[in-house]
Design a protein around this ligand. Structure first.
Ligand code: MTE
Length: 314
């Protein structure tokens, strides 16, 4: 007999993003698109593609928090390739979003190198409202459009010997001044286990607020691990490699005692230099309690039951 226990995210249809909100957002997107087309706002790279993006809102991913204002989420960013400060939006507009190729390689049956638009023809897009928790103890709740990472696993067919996935992100010297800081181990890379990549919560985002992800938020394509600290969610993904070797990521190379491989959100495990018990909501500055796995334990806690002797929360 199958006993169905309702999980946190299994909300009734009525609790999903209200239609008027979604439609309102689409209309807003249309409006912005025409302003951009008229050339009055940000320049080319992102503006060309800022058309609204059609995707079905997923009732499985509704956040129990107010949405962060778009202006806040797109103007307070971490993107070290541009700057160590938070105001990268303006500089990032020069970073071209097309042409864009994503390579899937390593221990796979079907290595692939595909233009992003061709890749998007092979997946179904959905919209998910997800919480994002930065290791610096700020958080946002935003609507992403994209597809589960599991769809890419299906396309590339990793060999059974592949245990890890490495996400490599763009390093464009002509537009990213941060790359001149040679003490950082560029390109920015992040990694996870195959099981984490195949979890339904691991998401490849190409849209934000119903429009293409703006460059400062990781356009044209980024990975999202909503249950991990934000640094795991690499921006501007160019290559995804399957391997049997556990990768050492950008932040782990810099400071392994503070930014580990797992980096799952846990309010009870402080960062060596500050508490992780609560988080500041972008925009409102309200302080709210942090939750284990950023509130997504129902999805992901099972991934870690057999992992022993590791610090899962750093
Ligand atoms: N990806 C790249 N390539 N470079 C970065 O500096 N910063 C990370 C992550 N992905 C980063 C990155 C960090 S620390 C966070 S908190 C999130 O992106 C921030 O995403 P946001 O700017 O969309 O909020």
């Amino acid at each position: 007999m199958v006993i169905h226990i309702r999980r946190g995210w299994e909300l009734p249809e009525s609790a999903a993003t209200p239609e008027h909100f979604v439609l309102g957002r689409r209309k807003a997107a249309l409006g912005l698109g025409s302003i951009l087309a008229a050339g009055t706002l940000a320049p080319r790279a992102w503006a060309q593609d800022a058309a609204p993006m059609a995707a079905t809102p997923s009732p499985r991913f509704v956040a129990d928090r107010a949405l962060t204002a778009e202006k806040e989420a797109t103007s307070y960013n971490n993107y070290y390739e541009f700057s160590t400060g938070k105001s990268v939006a303006s500089a990032a507009q020069r970073f071209a979003q097309r042409p864009w190729t994503v390579k899937l390689d390593g221990m796979v049956e079907k290595p692939l190198e595909l233009g992003l638009d061709d890749l998007l023809k092979q997946v179904s897009l959905e919209e998910r409202v997800l919480r994002h928790r930065c290791v610096e103890a700020w958080a946002m709740t935003v609507p992403w459009t994209g597809f589960p990472m599991a769809a890419l696993l299906k396309l590339a067919a990793p060999l059974s010997s592949a245990k890890y996935v490495v996400f490599e992100t763009a390093a464009d010297r002509s537009t990213m001044p941060g790359l001149r800081q040679s003490w950082y181990p560029w390109p920015y890379k992040e990694g996870c286990t195959i099981a984490e990549a195949g979890n339904e919560l691991c998401f490849m985002a190409v849209g934000l607020y119903g429009k293409p992800v703006p460059p400062q938020n990781g356009g044209p394509i980024r990975v999202l691990f909503p249950w991990k600290y934000g640094f795991k969610s690499g921006k501007a993904i160019t290559r995804i490699t399957f391997t049997d070797q556990r990768p050492v990521s950008f932040w782990e190379k810099l400071q392994a005692s503070e930014y580990g491989f797992w980096a799952n959100v846990n309010p009870q495990v402080p960062h060596p230099r500050w508490s992780q018990a609560s988080e500041r909501l972008l925009g409102s500055n309200e302080q709210v309690p942090t939750r284990l796995f950023n509130g997504y334990a129902d999805f992901v806690a099972g991934l870690y039951t057999d992992v022993k002797g590791e610090n899962l929360y750093l």
